[in-house]
Ligand binder design. Structure first.
Ligand code: ADP
Ligand code: ADP
Length: 226
């Protein structure tokens, strides 16, 4: 089953060229899909239309077989990790990860169990009582990921989550995201302009150019010499 189905999606800001121009793309259940392309090609706009943070000009967006064009972001059960992950500086790692569960008014016992499991997965168990200021950049990024995955959403959406990190950390986090996604088996859409990320992370890669979907295929199909 396709987890996310995009049919003839168009986004027109003002009266210029469409930012996203007639994109049709299915993301399968459990699949890791990369959206790649140069700056300004419409990747973020497409991702934001999946999440519901941007209105769709025309076309149809389905998540788990439900048309969501008019569905509010919070009704979509998706989880997004941004490039500028903002942790709450006054809260501990535990409470930063727990935040979405607190918002959803989950019982304490469930919060404790899910935060503990998430922290183990991300190797943050020893840091749960610390504040973000006392963590390394990589640990902070993992806390931000913890906050995104603790909710057990239908899909994870990443918008260039590694672009502010140095090369070494980027490599580590790439491996971490790959390991987590395979372990959790959650449908993922990941936006990047970085070819290495596209080649190493995705089951499939969708290449956008000037708002148009140019190619979709496995990294092998797209990047290996024939
Ligand atoms: P990418 O994520 O690939 O860098 P974007 O989706 O951010 O591309 O942008 C695609 C195009 O839409 C660009 O030409 C950009 O200038 C334009 N755009 C993005 N957001 C807005 C907005 N809020 N208002 C007007 N134009 C926008
Ligand atoms: P507000 O700050 O008025 O709530 P936002 O546009 O920031 O407006 O977000 C509205 C709702 O959309 C949020 O309360 C949240 O539930 C959801 N939301 C916002 N951003 C995301 C995201 N990146 N991923 C998933 N849901 C989001």
């Amino acid at each position: 089953m396709a987890a996310i189905t995009m049919k003839n999606i168009v986004k027109q800001y003002g009266d210029g060229f469409p930012a996203v121009n007639d994109v049709s793309l299915d993301v399968q259940d459990g699949e890791f899909m990369i959206l790649v392309g140069p700056s300004g090609c419409g990747k973020s706009t497409l991702l934001r239309m999946i999440v519901g943070l941007e209105d769709i000009t025309s076309g149809e967006m389905k998540i788990a077989d439900r048309v969501v064009n008019k569905v509010a972001p919070r009704q979509r059960n998706l989880s997004m990790v941004f490039q500028n992950y903002a942790l709450y500086p006054h809260l501990t790692v535990f409470e930063n990860i727990a935040f979405p569960l607190r918002l959803a008014k989950k019982p304490d016992e469930e919060v404790r169990r899910r935060v503990t499991e998430t922290a183990e997965l991300l190797e943050l168990t020893e840091h749960l009582e610390r504040k973000p200021a006392n963590l390394s950049g990589g640990q902070r990024q993992r806390v931000a990921m913890g906050r995104a995955i603790v909710r057990q959403a239908d899909a994870f959406l990443f918008d260039e989550p590694l672009s502010n990190l140095d090369a070494k950390l980027r490599g580590q986090m790439r491996a971490e995201i790959s390991r987590l996604q395979r372990r959790l088996g959650v449908t993922t859409v990941y936006v990047t302009h970085d070819q290495t990320e596209a080649m190493t992370l995705g089951d499939r890669v969708a290449v956008l150019r000037k708002g148009v979907l140019q190619q979709v295929g496995s990294p092998r199909e797209l990047y290996e010499e024939p």
